[in-house]
Design a protein. Structure first.
Length: 182
């Protein structure tokens, strides 16, 4: 926990020390310190936007977020089904679309740090799942597909370029999930 505290010593100070050890400590910890809730989160650039990852990172940094770590990674089916969403959490057509999407190429897992990190990610990445309904200045609108994939049962799948948490609780859950593979 000492390394994690270094990440949060002063909110405006860039982290010092062994970042990889600090992130490893985050992942191996059952309880993550509540101080992490509003300062550290994960953003995942999905395969459809992977080629634009440097532009996306610049947008994240322009929003006031500090990039702690970037990890390009091909996400496996087991992780997508069991860790990201949970088995049977999504209707089968959506689960299949997620698997196809994430298996279509590399993603980039980005650990970001900053005050009100979840709010900044929502504002920068986009508030809605549907990129067409996001603000035109957001990552999802700029790099996501504005026309959804039509699935059976009348469902739609949105290739929205990036995953981000919607709450501090989800940010903590994402840190636990993704720290297992980065």
């Amino acid at each position: 926990m000492e390394k994690i505290e270094q990440l949060h010593k002063e909110k405006n100070e860039r982290p010092t020390g062994d970042i990889e050890t600090a992130i490893e400590t985050i992942g191996n910890s059952i309880e993550i310190s509540p101080t992490l809730d509003d300062t550290i989160a994960i953003c995942v650039i999905k395969p459809d936007a992977f080629l634009h990852r440097d532009d996306i990172v610049r947008r994240l940094e322009s929003s006031g977020l500090y990039i702690v770590q970037r990890t390009p990674k091909q996400l496996g089916e087991n992780f997508v089904v069991h860790e990201m969403y949970g088995k049977d959490a999504l209707p089968k057509p959506l689960e299949d679309a997620h698997i196809r999407h994430f298996l279509s190429g590399e993603s980039e897992i980005i650990i970001v740090k900053g005050d009100n990190v979840v709010r900044k990610l929502l504002d920068t990445v986009g508030l809605k799942t549907n990129p067409a309904l996001c603000d035109p200045e957001t990552i999802r609108y700029i790099y996501g597909d504005l026309v959804p994939e039509e699935l059976e049962q009348g469902l739609k799948y949105f290739r929205n370029a990036a995953h981000r948490p919607t709450s501090n609780e989800e940010a903590r859950e994402d840190l636990n999930k993704f720290s297992k593979i980065i």
